[in-house]
Ligand binder design. Sequence first.
Ligand SMILES: Cc1cc2nc3c(=O)[nH]c(=O)nc-3n(C[C@H](O)[C@H](O)[C@H](O)COP(=O)(O)O)c2cc1C
Length: 189
Amino acid sequence: MLKTTPATTLPTPTPHPEGVSNDEFRAAMSRLAAGVCLITAHEAPLTADGPRGEDVGMTATAFLSVSLEPPLVLVSLREGSRMDDLLAEQPLWAVSVLADHQLQVAGRFSMKGRISDRLLFADLPYERGLISGAPLLTGALATLECRTENRVEAGDHTLVIGRVLGAALPSPDSPPLAYFRGRYRLLAK
Ligand SMILES: Cc1cc2nc3c(=O)[nH]c(=O)nc-3n(C[C@H](O)[C@H](O)[C@H](O)COP(=O)(O)O)c2cc1C
């Protein structure tokens, strides 16, 4: 008679429903070194009398170049952030690519729960973009002014694709500010 051995029940691994845990995902993505930007926008269209409303700023690393013809860029904004709410209402925004001496700017504009950006901007040297009305930081490596072409909901973020309408190099030779493994980094010169 054929002897059968009872099947051993191996513990089946219980994968995370999405295939990866938050910690695993964060740890993997933290190994992607990124440049740091300040995304800015002005609440209301510019008028002949100057700016109305408040300026909003947000530190972001999820910013990239998408297309050359036409020139398109993309920023990924957490759904419900002030910048996401503002850019759902109006299409003009700007990007300042931060230099290493602007580390504190990145820190301030990523603070959760800050009431208003008015005081933060009051402390900073900037010019107002002629196209977007948004603050363009003096001393940034580069600045871009954009108009939203497309918004795509992606999980808990909104991908905002913008056409670049203006670009400048206020301080092109400064060393960049980088972010890697959860910390700001100054690149060795
Ligand atoms: C280095 C760094 C990079 C960040 N990059 C992004 C980003 O690409 N997109 C985003 O939505 N938030 C990003 N954040 C978080 C926002 O800066 C932060 O949540 C926001 O300024 C808080 O404003 P809120 O209260 O309107 O959300 C980043 C934060 C840090 C410190």
